[in-house]
Design a protein around this ligand. Structure first.
Ligand code: HEM
Length: 399
């Protein structure tokens, strides 16, 4: 494909296995090439610098999410009209039905429960001395919280991680991972539809609220089927990625772990820094609704635009020493890893609560994480480990 405008062009495939494993060199090249760069392999403009990525996210009128999130048509069609892939009034309406359950205030009553679960989980693992920080820690906590919060029935839970991963994989350019993922997304959608049809959700849950909205005529049954997945699909792999990356980063940077141990008040900033330097979601797309410009690059109406959060978060124009992990970084809070603007992450409060609780439980108990081995999990959108094996040094017993 040739560039339809005078945009700088990048001919690399930023979604091939090698690029997914080591993405940061590609991202640096993209940032150097310009404010928007034509990806000839993917037929889309990459927005890899911080200021421009933020500006695109904040301009939902020009850069639309309906038909625009994924880099392939079948996936865009499959999710059209869900919270993530809707715009304007419809999007605001869908978000209003559910997102009020995830505001900091609404989540406050859950804080103790999440902290207790994190504490119990961490105490058991510290006792063992060696564990896989992905399977035993990062997956265990969200799986014990989020499906119940959403009201998902017990049956079908064994498929959740596979379905949620497929959901993210399906948003890439049409490659083998997308082809494998699409049928699994279909399975998840069918299961969600069945839950709505049989009203099989627990009382008081987010899902129960969705069914009430149908009964009150606020949303349609089809919208309820989508809403049932809107919050579950992005709630697992993302947090799992953040927690897995956090333990890996602290194993590589013991000085940063010492800072946390000495001053646990740094933990919220450390979570921002983890999400900045190892952004769980690499990128999402948009569709230009009119002729426009990103910096000095012309973007014709109908163009696909890929906002690369993981690159914006390492932009040297915004972050000093961007490749360094620094839990005291003053502007880590400006990271774009949770998105920004009207589609900014609706579950960020819950994700932060889970990740912070685990670090809070670990800080007094663990003095060092020794890395025994890692394995990456490949996904078009999610940057994550499949395994992070660690042996820990226990803190001397207190009291
Ligand atoms: C570390 C964990 C997480 C990260 C890094 C993350 C990241 C993101 C990002 C980047 C977006 C923006 C999408 C866009 O720009 O189009 C987003 C949206 C969203 N996230 Fe998260 N997320 C996380 C956890 C969660 C959790 C736990 C939930 C649910 C409980 C959740 C629910 C959502 C929803 C519903 C949206 C769509 C919002 C909309 O389109 O209005 N996320 N997330």
């Amino acid at each position: 494909m040739t560039a339809p405008t005078s945009a700088p062009t990048y001919d690399g495939d930023i979604y091939c296995d090698a690029a997914l494993l080591e993405p940061y060199e590609d991202y640096r090249n993209l940032r150097e090439l310009g404010p928007a760069v034509w990806l000839s392999q993917h037929g889309a403009y990459a927005v890899a610098r911080y200021d421009e990525a933020r500006a695109v996210l904040m301009d939902g009128d020009t850069f639309r999410s309906a038909n625009g999130i994924a880099l392939n048509e079948p996936a865009n069609q499959a999710i059209l009209g869900c919270t993530l892939a809707s715009d304007g009034e419809l999007h605001a309406h869908l978000r209003q039905v559910v997102a009020h359950r995830l505001t900091p205030r609404a989540l406050r009553p859950m804080k103790d429960m999440v902290a207790e679960k994190a504490d119990e989980l961490v105490a058991g693992l510290v006792e063992k001395g060696s564990f896989d920080a992905v399977a035993d820690l990062a997956r265990a906590l969200p799986l014990s919280i989020v499906p119940d919060f959403i009201g998902w029935p017990q049956e079908g839970r064994e498929h959740l991680l596979r379905w949620a991963g497929a959901n993210f994989d399906s948003f890439g350019p049409m490659n083998a991972r997308v082809e494998q993922a699409l049928p699994q997304c279909g399975e998840m959608a069918a299961f969600g539809a069945e839950i709505v049809r049989t009203r099989n959700v627990s009382p008081g849950s987010l899902g129960a609220g969705v069914l009430e909205a149908v009964d009150q005529g606020t949303i349609t049954t089809e919208q309820a089927m989508m809403l049932m997945l809107d919050y579950l699909a992005p709630s697992l792999d993302t947090t799992i990625s953040a927690v897995g990356s956090a333990i890996w980063l602290f194993s590589q940077h013991p000085d940063q772990w010492d800072l946390i141990r000495n001053d646990p008040k740094l933990i919220p900033n450390a979570v921002n820094e983890v999400v900045r330097i190892e952004s769980p979601i690499r990128a999402f797309g948009r569709l230009a609704s009119r002729d426009t410009r990103i910096g000095d690059v012309e973007i014709p109406e109908g163009s696909r635009v890929v906002v690369i959060y993981a690159s914006a978060n390492r932009d040297e124009r915004k972050f000093e020493r961007p490749d360094e992990f620094d839990v005291t970084r003053a502007n880590a809070v400006h990271q774009l890893g949770f998105g920004m603007g009207e589609h900014g992450c609706a579950g960020a409060g819950l994700a932060r609560m889970e990740t912070e609780s685990l670090l809070q439980a670990l800080a007094p108990r663990v003095t060092r994480f020794h890395l025994d081995g890692t394995e990456r999990a490949l996904n078009n959108l999610i940057r994550a480990f499949g395994r992070v094996d660690v042996t820990i040094d226990r803190a001397p017993a207190q009291g």
